[in-house]
Every structure is written in structure tokens, then in C-alpha cells.
Design a binder for this molecule. Structure first.
Ligand SMILES: Cc1cc2nc3c(=O)[nH]c(=O)nc-3n(C[C@H](O)[C@H](O)[C@H](O)COP(=O)(O)OP(=O)(O)OC[C@H]3O[C@@H](n4cnc5c(N)ncnc54)[C@H](O)[C@@H]3O)c2cc1C
Length: 352
């Protein structure tokens, strides 16, 4: 999605990238172009709907999870169910004084809470990083609990292919939010697996996050590989001011998703990279994952394998090249950056 500013009240500023043909893609387009029910009082892509800011949960000195509850009763349950199922989607938050809006990516419900509970509560959680001098992100951070926040959406940013089997997700900063949406969507796909490479500038964003070590299949048995959950890398440092074993909010949620996904899928694994610790995602991290994946037997390889790249514009550009604007719409553009110089072994790349 390229964390670049979105434009003032575009009728439908979400970028629709359909990775596979599907009914949902069509549905999303319909929702985006219809003018029916402009006065709708529940979350909809055409008009802004008031939500109540029920809680603010600090993640770090610059990021917060905002929990927003629909004030007007039910959103269209089928609409949200569809977008949660297999897409990356966003909502727009309005800054009323300036009359501008920005896109944010709702976090999935915490692992273990039922979707029904989540729907019933009519809550959306947004992980928002306060940009220095940023109009909307700063505004939202100043709001006290019980304030009104107006939202519009959902806007489908991309859909996972129906037959997706494996996702490698390169996330920069709050680009972890779409990664968590994908982890949530894959959870209902038996046999699917996902590996996240998550880069942050500072450790405070991912305190206690310990990378899973990927393991090659044992010799003589090429089918299947696994990540060893919970085994930390010796190079990872625990912040000295942080109690041993303490995990930041997002790390805790990722750990919960890992545990939750194990019985249903081949699992989720995460590697953490922190600029201030001089640990950056390297092409070798990507290459190693592709190599291990290729060592699986043919039967297990059936289905699409997708690399998703999400985060600030510079992050996306570095890994996959710029997205481009064509006829007023932002589209993928050619594959560039580091990934364009690698042997991707048939993996498809999508820039979010
Ligand atoms: C689909 C999508 C999903 C997103 N999801 C999330 C998410 O889940 N979480 C999240 O935190 N973000 C997300 N973003 C990014 C978000 O939409 C905003 O772009 C971000 O919060 C910054 O908006 P802002 O209004 O606070 O900053 P802006 O006012 O747009 O400013 C952005 C930056 O540019 C600088 N700037 C502004 N004007 C100028 C100028 N004239 N000259 C020089 N510098 C300038 C500001 O200082 C600031 O650093 C998403 C973006 C997209 C497109």
C-alpha cells in the first residue's frame, strides 16, 4: 500500500489489486462504485460513519493501537466477513478540521477470539504510527478516549489467490498490520504457511520478539520443513530496561497467532530485524526462505506462492520497485528493487 499520504476524500481511494479472480474482487468494485444508500449509518465505502474511540493501547513511544466501536449498530456483517476472509483491506480515518483522510489497516481480532465475538462487538483496531508533522496520525494520537472518529471503508487493497499455499511477507514498521491480516486469513486454509520478515527502526516496536529459526528438511526426507517456534537467535538482544521475557503488544499477538495456527496450517514463523541493532533484512534472508521452500516435495508445492511487500514507500521501492499511477489509479508497476535481481523460483510478488 505504500504508506504515502492518501488524497482528500477521494471517492474510493483504496487501491484494488486482485491477485486472483474472485467474487470478492467484483464485490469490492461494486461497493466502491455504487451510490446507493449514501446516508448509510454503518461502516460503508461511500460515507463517513461515526465510531467511538473506546481505548488507546500504547505499543511504543510512537505507535498506538486504537480500538474503535461502531456507534450506529451493525456494519454489514457479510461485507466485513468477506474482506476478513482473504484480503488485505483498509479504512479511512477523517481529520474533521482539515477535511482530509488517511488509510489505515485494521488488525485482525486477537488469536483465539471468535470472529462472531469480534463482529458482535463491532470493533476495529488500528495500529497507527505517529508521523512527525503528520496531520492525521498526530491528530488521532491527541484524541482522548470516548472521542468520535469517523471512518469510511472497507477498501480492498489486494486479495490472496484462492489457491494460496505459502506467503513470504516483507513488512516494514506498521506494514505488520497487513501481515497480521494475511496470517488471520490463512488460518482458515489447512496446509497454508507463512513466514514474516519484519523490519523496525527501533526495538521498542517489537520488544521481546525472537526470530524463529528456519530448518531445512532432514536429509533423506525432503517433504515438509518447519520452523522451530520459540528458539531465539543468539544475536538478538533483550533491551536492558525490559524485564526478561516481556513481550511488546504486537509481538505477543504474533506469538498467539503462531500457536493458534499450528493445529490448522503448517504454521506461521517470524524473523525480526531492528535497524538500531544493525540487523537489516538481507537478500540472503529471502533467498534462504525460497530455497527451503523449494526443497519441499511436489505435492506440497501445489498452489500459489506469494511474496507480499508492505511498509513505507522507501521500503517497498527498495525491495520491489515503485508502484506507479495509471489513469488516476495506483498500480503495481514493473518489479524492481532487490527482488527483481533474485531468482524468485516462480513466486509472485505484490506491493501493498
Ligand atoms: C492502504 C494504506 C494502509 C495504511 N495503513 C496504515 C496503518 O495501518 N498504520 C499506519 O500507521 N499507517 C498506515 N498507512 C499510512 C497512513 O495512511 C498515512 O499515510 C500516515 O499515517 C501519515 O499520514 P499523516 O496525515 O499523519 O501524515 P502527512 O500529513 O500525510 O505527512 C506524512 C509525512 O510527510 C511529511 N510532510 C507532510 N507534508 C510535507 C511537506 N509539504 N514537505 C515535506 N514533508 C511533508 C510529514 O512531516 C510526515 O512525516 C497506510 C497507508 C495506505 C495507503
Amino acid at each position: 500500500m505504500g504508506w504515502s499520504p492518501s488524497i482528500l476524500f477521494r471517492p474510493h481511494s483504496g487501491i484494488l489489486v486482485v491477485l486472483g479472480t474472485s467474487a470478492l474482487g467484483g464485490a469490492a468494485l461494486r461497493y466502491g462504485t455504487s451510490s446507493e444508500d449514501p446516508e448509510a449509518s454503518s461502516l460503508n465505502p461511500h460515507t463517513f460513519t461515526p465510531f467511538t474511540l473506546v481505548s488507546k493501547q500504547p505499543v511504543s513511544s510512537t505507535s498506538t493501537i486504537f480500538t474503535l466501536r461502531s456507534r450506529e449498530g451493525s456494519s454489514d456483517p457479510q461485507l466485513l466477513k468477506d474482506v476478513w476472509k482473504r484480503s488485505v483491506w483498509s479504512v479511512q480515518v477523517k481529520q474533521p478540521q482539515l477535511q482530509i483522510a488517511r488509510a489505515y489497516t485494521p488488525l485482525p481480532p486477537p488469536a483465539g477470539s471468535s470472529d462472531a465475538e469480534h463482529e458482535k462487538a463491532q470493533e476495529l483496531r488500528l495500529l497507527i504510527r505517529k508521523e512527525e508533522g503528520g496531520e492525521v496520525s498526530t491528530y488521532v494520537h491527541t484524541l482522548p478516549e470516548q472521542s468520535t472518529v469517523e471512518l469510511r471503508g472497507p477498501n480492498v487493497e489486494c486479495e490472496l489467490p484462492h489457491d494460496v499455499k505459502e506467503v513470504l511477507f516483507l513488512a516494514g514498521g506498521t506494514g505488520i498490520a497487513p501481515a497480521m491480516q494475511v496470517a488471520h486469513a490463512l488460518n482458515s486454509k489447512p496446509g497454508a504457511r507463512m513466514h514474516i520478515l519484519w523490519a523496525n527502526r527501533k526495538r521498542e516496536e517489537c520488544v521481546g520478539g525472537q526470530s524463529d529459526a528456519l530448518q531445512a528438511p532432514p536429509p533423506g526426507r525432503l517433504s515438509g520443513w518447519r520452523s522451530i517456534f520459540g528458539q531465539g537467535e543468539p544475536t538478538l538482544m533483550q533491551e536492558s530496561s525490559t524485564p526478561l521475557g516481556y513481550q511488546g503488544v504486537i509481538v505477543k499477538e504474533l506469538e498467539a497467532w503462531k500457536q493458534h495456527s499450528k493445529p490448522h496450517t503448517e504454521g506461521l514463523s517470524v524473523e525480526y530485524f531492528v535497524d538500531e541493532e544493525k540487523r537489516f533484512i538481507q537478500p540472503a534472508n529471502v533467498a534462504r526462505h525460497l530455497k527451503l521452500s523449494a526443497q519441499k516435495d511436489d505435492a506440497a508445492l501445489k498452489g500459489s506462492r506469494v511474496i507480499l511487500v508492505s511498509g513505507p514507500d522507501g521500503f517497498i521501492e527498495h525491495w520491489a520497485g515503485r508502484k506507479i499511477w495509471v489513469a488516476g489509479r495506483e498500480v503495481q508497476g514493473p518489479l524492481g528493487g532487490v527482488l527483481s535481481q533474485m531468482d524468485l523460483k516462480g513466486w509472485q510478488v505484490y506491493k501493498l
